[in-house]
Design a protein around this ligand. Structure first.
Ligand SMILES: Cc1ncc(COP(=O)(O)O)c(C=O)c1O
Length: 380
């Protein structure tokens, strides 16, 4: 049988170490307050139909790479929204309704965050306005309209849709529920990030006393990555290495870590990894990431469809897994690192390593998934 690693698609475009690494649990849990985490976990785990998502062992991949364990958190099973984003936006809408009553909610989104906000608003009977760029698929727009939200398309990219959302919300007094923070807008993004920490609480319960050595974290604005780090700070005695994975075309966290300050990236071409196509790191996320990230790396789109197909055909695990375009970057990064001894040594990846990967989204866009799967099946 052809080995997985022999496929030509694996490559890392950039790889850096964080010179300012200095993990400080106390500080992290001030930047994302423990009180918010406790509240989010209590609230979300009491929602109807709440169930922890599976933690699947990629045993075929770990055998090939000679790694002790590779765990994959399968967010395809997150409520029926099929991405971890279900945990954040909907929780923040809850908090806002409790605080402010019957307001109109607004957000800008690449798709999954908006679906979470729309779902949260619908459950609470709130009106919801969702701003999307011209690059968000119609299937994703339909999913949000089906949750009774008004979807407003904006010319340009994600940043343009966010600008328009802020402009119209300010004018009309709508409540913005955004998963990115900026100076003066930080509380709601903190609620959203607190919602994401449910994943890490579940994982710590699922792995029991297994000690994770490396965590690969996909980043768009960095909110998910920072919340997982905060989750480790809160729930785990053991602190693994945190490796941020971004698309080569949207590497705002890598650039910020490299320049030791938040650095904008102009997105000149959209990656397939739509949810991760962000040009600016969130200010709340940055406070955590700047000293808690060990390494940053970037990947191209080349291996996305290959890994989508490998998961679907149970090439990496005993179970078939449905993973969308933003679910696979961690797997791509891990396999690609094994093509370069220098990276392996720098990260201390070896036969004792226990890796944690996040399958951030599943079947969130049927048309896109089918296209990636058909393409990937020709390559494996
Ligand atoms: C669908 C989706 N959106 C967004 C992100 C990135 O999250 P954040 O923007 O909080 O960094 C991911 C992470 O992989 C994702 O899968």
């Amino acid at each position: 049988m052809k080995k997985i690693i022999q496929n030509h698609v694996w490559s890392i475009s950039s790889f850096i170490e964080n010179k300012n690494y200095n993990f400080d649990k106390k500080k992290i849990l001030i930047d994302l307050p423990e009180k918010f985490i406790d509240e989010a976990i209590y609230s979300i785990t009491n929602w109807n139909n709440y169930l922890p998502t599976p933690l699947i062992k990629l045993n075929k991949l770990s055998r090939e790479l000679n790694i002790k364990e590779i765990f994959y958190k399968d967010e395809d099973k997150r409520f029926n929204l099929k991405s971890f984003k279900a945990l954040g936006g909907a929780f923040a809408v809850n908090k806002i309704k409790n605080k402010k009553g019957n307001v109109i909610i607004a957000t800008a989104t690449a798709g999954n965050h908006g679906r979470s906000v729309a779902w949260g608003a619908k459950r609470l009977g709130l009106k919801c306005k969702i701003f999307i760029s011209e690059f968000v698929s119609e299937a994703r727009a339909v999913a949000m309209r089906n949750l009774e939200s008004e979807v407003i398309r904006v010319k340009g990219n994600y940043e343009d849709s966010l600008k328009e959302c802020i402009k119209q919300s300010t004018k009309n007094n709508w409540e913005i529920v955004q998963d990115v923070s900026w100076e003066g807008y930080e509380e709601t993004p903190k609620f959203i990030m607190a919602g994401y920490t449910v994943m890490i609480k579940e994982i710590i319960d699922q792995i029991k006393d297994d000690k994770i050595t490396h965590v690969f974290l996909q980043a768009g604005v960095g909110g998910m990555a920072a919340s997982i780090i905060a989750g480790f700070a809160k729930f785990s005695k053991n602190i693994p290495k945190f490796i941020i994975v971004e698309p080569e075309k949207a590497d705002c966290v890598l650039k910020s870590i490299k320049n030791e300050k938040p650095t904008s990236v102009k997105i000149s071409e959209e990656t397939i990894m739509g949810g991760m196509s962000c040009g600016d790191v969130s200010t709340v996320a940055w406070k955590i990431l700047k000293t808690s990230t060990n390494n940053c790396l970037t990947i191209t789109d080349d291996a996305i469809s290959t890994v989508v197909a490998m998961l679907a055909k149970a090439k990496l695990s005993n179970k078939k897994i449905i993973g969308g375009e933003c679910a696979v970057p961690g797997i791509i990064a891990l396999i690609s690192l094994f093509k370069n001894k220098d990276y392996i040594n720098k990260l201390d990846l070896n036969s004792d390593s226990k890796i944690l990967l996040f399958g951030c989204e599943g079947l969130t866009d049927k048309k896109m998934y089918k296209k990636l799967l058909d393409d990937g099946l020709k390559k494996i």
